[in-house]
Design a protein around this ligand. Structure first.
Ligand code: GLA
Length: 400
């Protein structure tokens, strides 16, 4: 009987808690990040491909401002990731990583605050070895303290590399899986959600274990370069990995080289294939100086729709005829996204059929060219003339 006397007090307490929590959640602030916990493949910008070690806080702030101001943020590019060389050559007296005092004098917390103030998310780089690939201190045997430091600085994304020594060698000894699982546990223990990007380069088949080890994405290859043989070679290494991708666990064929010297056809090829593969899209160019081909590719909404939709799985190669190839990806609305590739140097015709593309029988099909807009409805073959080093990207819906 006596316990009944507590009910009014309990009800008031619950009410206060509910009101307090509601007020906390609706307090005004910058726009919510598009991908707080990487619902689709993570998207953003990373300093490495264009700037390497030549970075400082003005540059990163400027790139973050450009990400927010160029339409990229609103298209889903939400992470600003500072790659190698942000850290001082020595840990501080407490054994913590610290910002390089010459290039990041305001510190990483201040930089993260700037990024968050733009409605973006903040990413940093470290390595699972003793040193980063550029010979700065890295996180092996410092996982807990580094994870706590990252959380205190407001880090939302950790690119975690696999260098051990000054010359960029892989660590010897412990399997990569254990090292990534250790950092993942340390990140979890901070209580801050931090996306873990596993950058083991593919040697130990991370597609088989990186998700269980806490990774949201895992590099499948060595470093991408802004040249045609490297882009096509990287693509070749993705064939067959499609069965390992899943929402929240993505194959990562490395960051974009859009805007770093590829020509227009190669740019479209690269962007199309990364979207068809549901790859994370980390722009790697100078966002403050984009030509229309670069911004048009990064902001191609019709292609980004393909990248955001897991549908019936990551895109796969249907046909390999040497210089020409056909790749497809089933979308969740029953349409199919297609990439008709010409890896040769001259123009050629590349076609496929609706049956080969896995489309159901229909009287006719609506065809959208993802670079050039609507095509006439068809009941015949799909495809056409494709420039050398180029792609025709289509999305095809059966008409009922
Ligand atoms: C490795 C990674 C790259 C980049 C560099 C930085 O090579 O694969 O993406 O992070 O290290 O040193």
């Amino acid at each position: 009987m006596t316990s009944r006397r507590w009910w009014p007090a309990l009800a008031v307490l619950v009410l206060v808690l509910v009101l307090g929590a509601t007020a906390w959640f609706v307090q005004p602030g910058p726009p919510a990040p598009a991908s707080a916990q990487a619902a689709g493949p993570p998207m953003g910008w990373n300093s490495w491909n264009r700037f390497g070690c030549d970075i400082d806080e003005q540059l990163i702030r400027g790139q973050a401002d450009a990400l927010a101001g160029s339409g990229l943020r609103d298209a889903g590019y939400s992470f600003v990731v500072v790659d190698d060389c942000w850290m001082a050559h020595e840990r501080d007296a407490q054994g913590r990583l610290q910002a390089d005092p010459a290039t990041f004098p305001s510190g990483m917390k201040a930089l993260g605050d700037h990024v968050h103030g733009l409605g973006l998310e903040f990413g940093l780089y470290s390595s699972a070895g003793a040193e980063t690939c550029e010979g700065r201190p890295a996180s092996r045997d410092h996982e807990e303290v580094d994870a706590r430091t990252f959380a205190e600085w407001g880090v939302d994304f950790l690119k975690y590399d696999y260098c051990e020594s000054e010359n960029g060698d892989r660590p010897a000894g412990a399997p990569a899986r254990d090292r990534y699982a250790k950092m993942s546990a340390a990140l979890r223990a901070t209580g801050r959600p931090i996306v873990l990007s596993v950058v083991e380069w593919g040697d130990e088949r991370p597609w088989e274990w990186a998700h269980d080890a806490g990774g949201t994405m895992w590099r499948t290859t060595r470093d991408i370069k802004p040249d045609w043989p490297n882009i096509t070679g990287t693509l070749d290494q993705q064939a067959g990995l499609e069965r390992y991708a899943r929402p929240g666990g993505w194959n990562d064929p490395d960051m974009l080289q859009v805007g770093n010297g590829l020509d227009e056809d190669e740019t479209q090829f690269h962007m199309t294939m990364w979207c068809l593969l549901n790859a994370p899209l980390m722009a790697g160019n100078d966002l403050s100086a984009m030509d229309p081909i670069t911004s048009g590719a990064l902001l191609n909404r019709a292609l980004l729709d393909v990248q955001r939709d897991f549908g019936d799985g990551q895109g796969r190669r249907l046909r390999d005829d040497g210089d020409t190839e056909v790749w497809a990806k089933g979308m969740s609305d029953g349409s199919v996204a297609l990439a008709l590739l010409n890896r040769g140097t001259g123009h050629t015709t590349v076609t496929t059929s609706t049956a080969e593309a896995g489309l159901p029988d229909a009287g006719s099909y609506r065809v959208l060219d993802l670079w050039n807009g609507e095509q006439p409805a068809t009941s015949g073959p799909l495809g056409g003339d494709v420039a050398g080093h180029g792609v025709m990207a289509l999305r095809v819906w059966p008409r009922r």
